[in-house]
Design a binder for this molecule. Structure first.
Ligand code: MN
Length: 509
């Protein structure tokens, strides 16, 4: 259980108001969830305090931390949203409701559309902070997954690996991405996990010894070259990331050079290139493995210089060179920019973590709710200014309408995603109606559909479904398809079942 003191300590430069807010949310959540327990037998509140602490550690502001404390109070403690709004204001209520809504979204392994689902997830989140709370929530749930029923473990772990971890990666939050992957890995691929661990056991002892020796030589070499303002560090490759690489390298662990990597961290970009020069003048680099992610950042914004060298002791080692700022950004991604609130220049963000995020700007708010007509109603709070700037640029540029169309064309053109009342996602062709939906669930449901509701309202069976609709089919034993359905149905699956049902139901004369 994270104590209030610990959470407060992890807040970055909190004001009196911030402290009072987090304290109030902490006490509110503790009372609201008093009667509940986790599967582990721990008080439910433990989960909320841990999620809040993960958020504070990531560097989000007090508003997000408070929302993290309250994130399950609507769904699990039956607190009315009106009460949260009254006690904590519109903004926090908006965040908590956003997290609640996302929690209803379930992933049932439709791999082909997994990328669309990630996008739908972001679109539904509506606010970057909702996503970050949801990721932190998932991280704590993964840390305690051993207490969950076995048949649920696999679903949750798979969803983590295919939706949550990639989202953390896209947002550049490597710290969350790595831990989510490594926690899910043994549940989803138990055999592969065991194999990787075994391989690593034999490999890491010798590698660690090489690393320490090389690190000392580097310090000596750089000092000799007149470079003194730097510090070194190393990183161990995540198990899941190592697994993915091993698959690419036909399981030859000797062909993976970056199980351990030495990091050299310097103040400026110029220093990075100077260090690279100095290293190459002492050790011979492996051809083709020098990567300049400073001039050419990765799509998620990652920046660093990478080189792999022959250490001279018969081993090969990867070296990563970067500035402190790049280092923080690579671990915390979009969250790391929260602190640059006032001094950050959004123009610097070309090719940065926002590249992927940018496509969502018309539908995603960053503390400001941007409505479809481009007008924004300010919710303020701990919103990174650079994102606010970007949002303004996009919405005020006149290209907004086209941009909006483009987005819709891009990911909602061919498929529509609708939900069962339980939150399962069903994806259908974009012109599908309720008949197609019923048959997509099960042929029996289709064959006995008497009616259906969309978002709680009765509608005609040929109503075309919209993204995000919650659809409930009303089934009656005596109900059966009519001939007209054949013309109404859009999917071949539905048509096929209707035909066979019609033949079955024809009384033999
Ligand atoms: Mn939760």
């Amino acid at each position: 259980m994270a104590s209030l003191e610990e959470i407060l300590k992890n807040l970055k430069d909190p004001t009196e108001k911030d402290i009072a807010l987090v304290r109030k949310a902490y006490e509110f959540a503790e009372t609201a969830h008093k009667e509940q327990k986790r599967f582990s037998g721990d008080p439910y509140f433990l989960h909320l305090s841990e999620v809040a602490n993960i958020l504070a550690n990531l560097g989000t502001g007090a508003t997000t931390v408070a929302a993290g404390l309250l994130h399950d109070s609507i769904e699990d403690a039956n607190v009315a949203p009106e009460i949260i709004e009254k006690e904590f204001g519109k903004e926090i209520c908006f965040l908590v409701e956003g997290v609640t809504k996302l929690g209803k979204l379930r992933y049932r392994g439709v791999e082909r559309y997994v990328e669309s689902l990630r996008k739908l997830f972001v679109a539904m989140a509506q606010d970057l902070r909702v996503l970050i709370i949801k990721l932190s929530d998932r991280l704590h749930n993964m840390r305690t997954l051993q207490f969950v029923r076995q048949e649920k473990q696999l679903r949750i772990a798979k969803e983590t690996l295919e939706i949550y971890a990639p989202l953390a990666y896209r947002l550049g939050i490597r710290r969350l991405n790595r831990e989510l992957e490594d926690l899910a890995f043994p549940y989803v691929y138990p055999h592969e996990y065991a194999k990787v661990k075994d391989l690593l056991k034999y490999k890491s002892k010798e590698t660690m010894a090489h690393l320490e020796k090389l690190r000392k030589s580097i310090v000596k070499g750089l000092t000799k070259a007149g470079i003194t303002n730097f510090h070194t560090d190393y990183r161990v490759k995540g198990l899941y990331s190592l697994y993915q690489k091993l698959v690419r390298k036909s399981w030859n662990i000797d062909a993976v050079y970056d199980i351990l990597a030495i990091r050299i961290i310097v103040p400026t970009v110029e220093d990075c290139y100077r260090v690279l020069g100095a290293i190459h003048s002492i050790w011979r680099p492996l051809p083709g493995r020098i990567k300049d992610y400073i001039a050419f950042p990765r799509t998620n914004g990652y920046q660093s210089l990478h080189t792999t060298i022959f250490t001279g002791a018969g081993s090969i080692m990867e070296i990563q060179i970067r500035t402190d700022e790049m280092h923080t950004a690579s671990e915390y991604g979009v969250v790391s920019h929260f602190e640059y609130k006032d001094k950050f220049n959004p123009k610097k963000l070309v090719g940065n973590s926002v590249a992927w995020l940018k496509q969502f700007l018309p539908i995603l708010s960053f503390g400001e709710k941007i409505s479809s007509n481009g007008a924004s109603s300010v919710l303020s709070g701990d919103v990174p200014a650079w994102l606010r700037e970007l949002a303004k640029v996009e919405s005020g540029s006149g290209a907004h309408e086209d941009f909006m169309k483009e987005i819709k064309a891009d990911f909602f053109k061919t498929r529509v995603f609708v939900f069962t009342p339980k939150g399962d996602v069903v994806d259908l062709p974009s012109d599908a109606n309720l008949i197609d939906f019923a048959y997509a669930i099960h042929s029996d449901i289709g064959d006995h559909m008497a009616g259906a509701t969309v978002n709680g309202k009765m509608v005609a069976l040929d109503s075309i479904l919209q993204n995000g609709d919650i659809v409930e089919v009303i089934v009656r034993d005596s109900a059966k398809p009519s001939k007209k359905w054949l013309d109404l149905a859009k999917t071949t699956l539905a048509k096929k079942h209707i035909k066979s049902s019609l033949t079955k139901n024809v009384p033999s004369s």
